[in-house]
Design a protein around this ligand. Sequence first.
Ligand code: APR
Length: 231
Amino acid sequence: MKKIVFSTGAGVSAESGITTFRDAGGLWEQYPVMQVASAQGFAADPELVHRFYNMRRHDLMAAKPNEAHLLIADLQKDFDVSVITQNVDDLHERAGSRDVLHLHGELMKLRSITHPDYTETLTPGNLESSPATRGRNGDPMRPHIVFFGEAVPNIEPAMRLAAEADVFVVIGTSLNVYPAAGLMECVRPGTPIYYIDPCPARTPPLPDLHVMPMKATEGMRLLAAQLRSEA
Ligand code: APR
């Protein structure tokens, strides 16, 4: 079965109403990124950072998977599909994708500050956290987010997935943030790469790269049909 590996960014959730980071009106225009999404910012004002992620969880509850998420999940019927995402939302999972690897953390999870491997999943009825939040094990808890300045522990498995891909699909990312942005250079030579984004960022001169300058839903409709016709 052909292995299709997706690498998605905020743009795949844009049509679900989730604000991207660097588009006009994006999250980083509204909030000082180093105060709300960096290790230093969390150390300086944990209350502000908890409030920022509480707000984003409430926004996420109002969102649902869009057709791009659903088409990616639907491809699992005919292909071996893995999704690597920079996104912290759970829209890929809610669309039915079973193999999702989060590079920058998960909004609906908290993790222990003292035992970072210990996480707890929040629910729609219990969305908020604060510096006073304790885990069931009594540990102080923090958003399970990779802040700027912190390591990206899942990048090794992500690079292995890219190297296994028969087809690599990048959707909705400005390719600003490494190491995620470098994944398309981990594919085997000759692997077709598709980059779906209405305003695609500059990319390295990769011979098998096909840029599709369009929205995620439109690009996925075309690509899903093409992949099935080639199968
Ligand atoms: N469909 C597809 N792509 C879209 C759409 C859409 N409907 N709307 C916008 N885009 C594209 C934009 O053109 C842009 O290239 O989505 C991309 C969003 O870029 P960013 O806002 O920079 O988001 P992303 O690349 O995911 O950011 C990476 O930066 O702040 C950190 O941790 C954060 O994971 C995030 C990382």
